[in-house]
Write a protein of this length. Structure first.
Length: 145
């Protein structure tokens, strides 16, 4: 269970794929509580799912040895979502977005591109050897193009 504190709601869970369901349930609960239009639910859920999946698979190596902190807060009409993992492995998100646009092979590898298309603002903050923070923001009064 999570509660709102200082206009933010947070949940922590191990870096294992089985906890993606926990993250989805948390985000769904937040979106209902803050009044995100139903038309945005699946899109925002997809962006969060991609960010959490990347944190589990790349930041935590799906071991469960570290944790992910998922935080949501409202600033006016903007829903801010932060996904933080403690694997501390920096990467170049622009590189992955470029190759995703040109990619013609199987599934996978398009998460960053999807996140950037769905959310209004995305930032990656790295503290090498310590943590990776993905900041995503979506004005809930604007539809995804």
């Amino acid at each position: 269970m999570s509660v709102w504190l200082n206009n933010a709601k947070q949940i922590r869970f191990p870096t294992q794929l089985k906890y993606t369901k926990t993250a989805r349930e948390f985000i769904q609960e937040v979106m209902v509580e803050v009044g995100v239009p139903q038309s945005l639910h699946l899109k925002i859920m997809l962006a969060v799912d991609e960010a959490v999946g990347n944190a589990i698979n790349h930041g935590g190596s799906n071991t469960g040895d570290t944790e992910i902190i998922l935080t949501c807060r409202m600033r006016g009409t903007v829903l801010e979502i932060l996904v933080e993992d403690f694997g501390g492995k920096p990467f170049d998100p622009t590189y992955f977005e470029r190759i995703a646009k040109a990619k013609t092979w199987g599934k996978g590898g398009r998460g960053i591109l999807l996140i950037n298309r769905i959310m209004d603002e995305v930032m990656y903050i790295f503290e090498e050897g310590k943590s990776t923070l993905v900041y995503m923001a979506k004005d809930i009064t604007r539809e995804v193009k």
